[in-house]
Design a protein around this ligand. Structure first.
Ligand code: SER
Length: 312
């Protein structure tokens, strides 16, 4: 991994990943791309406007910069995908197959994230195994399962060095997620600082996996640098740091803001998605095969989130 092209660089993960990669591999060695105009960190080094459904342009940019790795992040999240299923299919699957083709043609290492959304109501809910039943009931989930299989296929059929993780809800104070089911776990911190009250669209008692962004970024680098001989799985490692329900976040916030209040106004669409996802997933394969370990639990993440948002 010496020269890396990142798609979706202005998104929730990309906004921070680009900075982290540039610190690690050098500014000129990370080519940030996005369909949106670049701003902020992304443009402090090479930036190209790129719509991932444009296969020729993706190929041309990868070739122009002579990259050896592609990190494909551009995608619609779960709630947005549910609102626009066909758009989600075209973007999530079309973008992915284009990126895989570029990796095949130019012999690039490849990373793309899957998600806890790749599980469905018939998946075991607690300590969800690495290898288990996957019959998701959302368009996002259908895209993610198909994506996991497609990445496996490109490895088996063409020898493309594809790797990936199943991310839980990702929490950060830098870029907002937008259109996901787990977004509440970001919003709650902003509202706690601004108004000391948050109305959750996810019901009390709904557990989902979560992770603080620094752990999510470290996981990508660790997995991409891992010895391929040790990888039994490649493309869809379960990773998680926190299994929590809205009231757990409220409780953690009250350690810092005792007067913080939480109310509920459940959104049936996102609640249904959340109910179809695991309560907690088992990350032991990632730990065994490439040493995954999360540094942040709910308490540690909450302290840092509140502090950073206050500074902002
Ligand atoms: N955070 C994502 C979502 O809610 C899950 O992959 O859509």
């Amino acid at each position: 991994m010496k020269k890396i092209l990142v798609t979706g660089a202005m998104g929730q993960i990309g906004s921070e990943l680009v900075g982290k990669l540039r610190e690690t591999y050098g500014t000129s060695n990370v080519i940030a791309t996005d369909i949106r105009a670049g701003e902020g960190l992304a443009t402090e080094g090479p930036f190209e406007k790129l719509d991932v459904t444009d296969a020729d342009r993706m190929h041309a940019v990868a070739k122009q910069y002579n990259v050896d790795t592609i990190m494909h992040l551009a995608a619609l999240l779960s709630a947005n995908a549910e609102a626009m299923p066909k758009v989600a299919w075209d973007l999530n699957m079309g973008g992915l197959v284009n990126a895989l083709e570029v990796a095949r043609e130019l012999d690039l290492q490849f990373f793309t994230p899957s998600s806890i959304g790749a599980f469905g109501p018939s998946t075991p809910k607690d300590n969800t195994p690495q290898d288990t039943l996957q019959r998701p009931t959302t368009m996002y989930g259908v895209n993610k399962v198909a994506g996991e299989l497609l990445c496996d296929y490109y490895y088996q059929r063409y020898g493309v060095d594809t790797r990936g993780v199943r991310y839980p809800g990702l929490i950060s104070y830098v870029a907002p997620p937008g259109g996901g089911t787990t977004d509440y776990a970001v919003e709650i911190y902003y509202e706690a600082i601004k108004n000391k009250i948050y109305t959750s669209y996810i019901a009390e008692g709904t557990y989902m996996d979560m992770m603080y962004m620094p752990d999510a970024l470290n996981a990508i680098i660790q997995l991409m640098e891992a010895d391929p001989a040790k990888l039994v799985h490649r493309n869809a490692f379960n990773i998680s740091a926190i299994s929590a329900a809205p009231e757990d976040f409220a409780q953690a916030i009250r350690q810092h803001i005792p007067e913080f209040k939480m109310t509920y106004d459940v959104d049936p669409v996102r609640q249904k998605i959340a109910d179809s996802w695991p309560n907690s997933i088992d990350s032991s394969a990632a730990a065994a095969e490439w040493g995954f370990r999360a540094e942040y639990d709910l308490a540690k993440m909450t302290g840092e989130m509140l502090e950073k948002i206050k500074e902002k």
